[in-house]
Design a protein around this ligand. Structure first.
Ligand code: UD1
Ligand code: UDP
Length: 393
């Protein structure tokens, strides 16, 4: 029996961990003992607890209660408190997810204590070093023992960062494995695992249809509304960009006469009165079509993503889930890590540019869009756990 610590902190990580935790319980319970550590980066009920309940994730064994703070402060608190946990209790490895400050801090704390780090969503790159997430994921990848790449693009990114192909593939494997060898005999390896978010989107899709009544509650019809989410600091912390996004939203709501549903991230809720002019804020508040609501649960967002005419978002997860469910997406960013979505024509990058947002919406709402299968077979979690067992054997 191996002992693994899953480390989560922010909303998307809790959701990703649901796939791993489910696979441990359903398939690997005789070989893997999983404990869960919540850093406390996200703490509101609708940013954290709701996902544990809804997705059936066991209560965390630890909560570091770090809360919000400046990057250094938040990261340092996690490192300090996690080090104490890893000192007191032996784990054979830690699983970290994505690219938040919780991911970075967990990778640093564990790697310094020579606890193997398994990085789920490795190899993604925006090539924009101004993003905190780009800094976090690059450092985390450097420190990880096994890098679980969700897409072929992520594997290619790692190959261009010093991993090379080796033919010492795992038993039964028929592919070359990208590895990096160090003088002390340690190795790092890359596994093309598929995407745990795709696992979840498939697993919970029909459950969401029966358990969420959000369409009925908000009186929405299939393809009769737009879903939008905004939370990236590049948008929320830049007044010009946030204003351009809201001007575009108001115009789209007006010209198409469609409801726009905006489950508002707490970062954005805090920034709206600071960044919008009083006139724009008043127009946003008065717009009948624009419905700003609290962050919604996973089942609720799934139903919204599946049924929206178009999704407009700067979220990594929401843009991908829109793709999984065959809904086109205006990507409110200058670039994306999920380049396949743009290459397939199912998403259009607009940055926070008023004209580009309007043009992309018109294009996606009025033309046929294709959604090729790109994100695995819905069993990424089992693939990841099989490879962790092999690595630790
Ligand atoms: C973090 C991640 C980002 C991820 C996002 C998912 C980093 C650097 N960023 O961004 O990559 O896309 O989570 O949602 O790790 N707040 C609350 N309640 C909460 C949580 C946050 O009110 O439960 C407010 C606080 O004012 C806080 C702000 O939101 O200062 C930002 O939270 P933080 O965790 O620092 O960053 P996110 O923008 O959520
Ligand atoms: N999500 C949710 N409720 C919301 C908004 C998002 O459950 O109100 C889910 C979404 O379906 C996805 C994840 O949260 O699985 C994405 O998180 P977020 O947009 O906060 O971060 P990112 O993916 O950009 O890191």
């Amino acid at each position: 029996m191996i002992r693994i610590l899953t480390i989560i902190g922010a909303r998307p990580q809790i959701i990703k961990a649901a796939a791993i935790s489910r696979a441990v319980r359903q398939t690997f319970a005789d070989r893997i003992e999983e404990h869960i550590l919540h850093t406390g980066q996200h703490y509101d009920t609708n940013m954290s607890e709701v996902f544990f309940r809804e997705l059936g994730i066991p209560e965390p064994d630890y909560n570091l209660h770090v809360g919000s703070g400046l990057h250094g402060e938040q990261t340092a608190k996690i490192i300090e408190r996690l080090e104490q946990v890893l000192t007191a209790t032996h784990y054979d490895g830690v699983i970290v997810y994505g690219d938040t400050n919780s991911t970075l801090a967990a990778a640093v704390a564990a790697a310094k204590m020579h606890v193997p780090v398994f990085h789920v969503e490795a190899g993604l790159r925006s090539f924009n070093m101004a993003m905190p997430e780009e800094q976090n994921r690059i450092v985390c990848d450097q420190l990880s023992s096994v890098l679980f790449a969700p897409t072929q693009t992520a594997v290619h990114n790692l190959l261009s960062e010093g991993f090379t192909m080796h033919d010492d593939a795992p038993a039964g494997g028929d592919n070359l494995t990208p590895r990096r060898h160090f003088a002390n005999g340690k190795t790092q390896e890359v596994v093309l695992s598929g995407d745990v978010m795709y696992d979840n989107s498939m697993y919970f899709s029909s459950m969401a249809d029966t358990k969420s009544d959000i369409l009925e509650r908000l009186q929405l019809t299939k393809r009769g509304f737009i879903l939008t989410t905004i939370h990236r600091p590049a948008n929320t912390d830049n007044a010009q960009k946030l204003r351009a996004i809201f001007e575009a939203i108001l115009d789209i709501a007006g010209s198409y006469s469609l409801p726009i549903i905006l489950p508002l991230h707490p970062r954005t809720r805090k920034m709206l009165p600071r960044q919008l002019t009083p006139d724009l804020l008043a127009r946003v508040q008065a717009c009948q079509q624009l419905r700003i609501i609290e962050p919604v649960s996973f089942f609720e967002i799934i139903r919204l993503e599946k049924n929206a005419r178009v999704v407009m978002t700067d979220s990594g997860g929401v843009q991908k889930e829109a793709f999984f469910y065959g809904t086109p997406c205006v990507i409110l960013r200058p670039e994306t890590e999920w380049v396949e979505i743009v290459e397939a024509g199912a998403g259009i990058l607009t940055d926070a540019d008023y004209e580009r947002i309007i043009a992309a919406y018109d294009q996606l709402a009025n033309h046929e869009v294709h959604f090729p299968p790109l994100f695995g077979d819905g069993h990424a979690a089992e693939n990841i756990l099989t490879n962790i067992l092999r690595y630790l054997a």
